[in-house]
Design a protein around this ligand. Structure first.
Ligand code: NCD
Ligand code: ZN
Ligand code: ZN
Length: 354
């Protein structure tokens, strides 16, 4: 369950919405834009803060490191020793360089690093989009950057590192759904256990929004995220994937809070704070599809299967009670949540711990 718990006072404001409900979550390695989690040492520091802020909840933060051009095989070893569950790539691990008079995009992370991840069984968690300069240099608009990046990923990573396990995060296009879906059934053996080679997380924005919601009428900065929600056919294929019951799809809320002033400004940041509403909203979606029976697998099991983790023993109880709906607050400590101010028929009635 991919999420961004941030740091400092923002973490203190938001973490309870995840830690009180979920028994664990995969912590993305970008607590702030300028202080990424790059090494085992950073992992220790950030994990300690999360443990402090989730005391008494039983929550386990599953840590990751951020890949860069400087991530060496030794850094991978150190991170694995520290217990990280994945190394995460953001679009900044791709550079677009001049070649033979044209432009070429390529990964900057050394091959030996991907090779070591493959060897030790550390999955590649992948925000699969070309970086913003793909527009100017390659003429590829932002709506196409995921698909173009998948083609590069297929050639440069998937084909060349056959035992590297890849989890494509927050898919936003029908093409990406097909790419991951086509690889269903491929496995890689890690410590004697066959685990899926490729999987995908589906995030709240791409399960509920299209580009029209973000900027079709007026600009809605609180709905802006990366990858930017796309078109209606993308939305329907992402929804169909979520309720399909296929084990390659799991929830990654991608809850990514920003304070109001960092959203409502000339260069508003990407990310939705979805943690308070993720489960009630999903229950409504699965109910509409007549597939409430598949919600638990999507939320709690298929992600664990990809990482080879045991299932949680605890339970989350959701109830539908239109008489007593969940009222979503307009703000949490200066952060505007997804569905702010709305009433939701489903709510979390309780949890039992592990
Ligand atoms: C994320 C964030 O805010 O940290 N934003 C987002 O729109 N998803 C970054 C990311 O997941 O790429
Ligand atoms: Zn991302
Ligand atoms: Zn994310």
């Amino acid at each position: 369950m991919h999420f961004h718990p941030r740091t400092g006072s923002v973490q203190q404001t938001v973490i309870g919405h995840t830690a009180r409900v979920f028994a664990r979550g995969i912590v993305m390695p970008n607590p702030t834009p300028t202080e990424p989690i790059l090494t085992a040492k950073d992992v220790r520091l950030r994990r300690a803060e999360l443990v402090r802020n989730t005391q008494g909840t039983g929550f386990t933060p599953l840590m990751t490191i951020k890949l860069t051009r400087d991530t060496t095989p030794q850094i991978i070893d150190g991170a694995v020793e520290e217990g990280v569950v994945a190394a995460k790539g953001f679009p900044d691990i791709i550079e677009i360089v001049k070649s033979y008079g044209g432009w070429e995009s390529r990964f900057v992370v050394p091959d030996e690093t991907f090779g070591r991840m493959e060897e030790v069984g550390l999955p590649f968690s992948w925000h699969c989009e070309l970086p913003p300069d793909a527009g100017e240099k390659l003429g590829i608009p932002f709506t196409q950057r995921e698909v173009e990046c998948l083609a590069l990923t297929e050639a440069a990573i998937y084909s060349r590192f056959p035992r590297l396990r890849i989890i494509v995060e927050h898919l936003s296009t029908a093409e990406a759904v097909r790419w991951v879906g086509n690889k269903l059934g491929e496995t890689v053996e890690v410590n004697g256990v066959a685990l899926p080679r490729v999987a995908g997380t589906l995030a709240i924005p791409h399960l509920f929004l299209t580009i029209d919601d973000v900027g079709g009428a007026k600009l809605h900065p609180h709905l802006f995220c990366k990858p930017t929600p796309r078109f209606y056919e993308d939305l329907s294929s992402i929804r169909a994937a979520a309720v399909s019951g296929l084990p390659c799809w799991s929830l990654g809320t991608d809850s990514a809070p920003w304070t109001r002033w960092r959203k409502e400004c000339p260069e508003g940041n990407a990310g939705l704070f979805s943690a308070p509403v993720a489960l009630p909203a999903l229950a409504g979606l699965f109910e509409q599809a007549g597939r409430l029976d598949r919600l638990e697998d999507f939320v709690a099991k298929f992600g664990a299967d990809f990482y080879g983790l045991p299932y949680n023993e605890g339970k989350i109880t959701l109830v539908k009670d239109p008489e007593q709906p969940m009222k979503v607050r307009r703000e949490y400590g200066g952060i505007v949540p997804y569905l702010a101010g709305e009433f939701l028929p489903w709510r979390i009635a309780g949890t039992t711990s592990n």
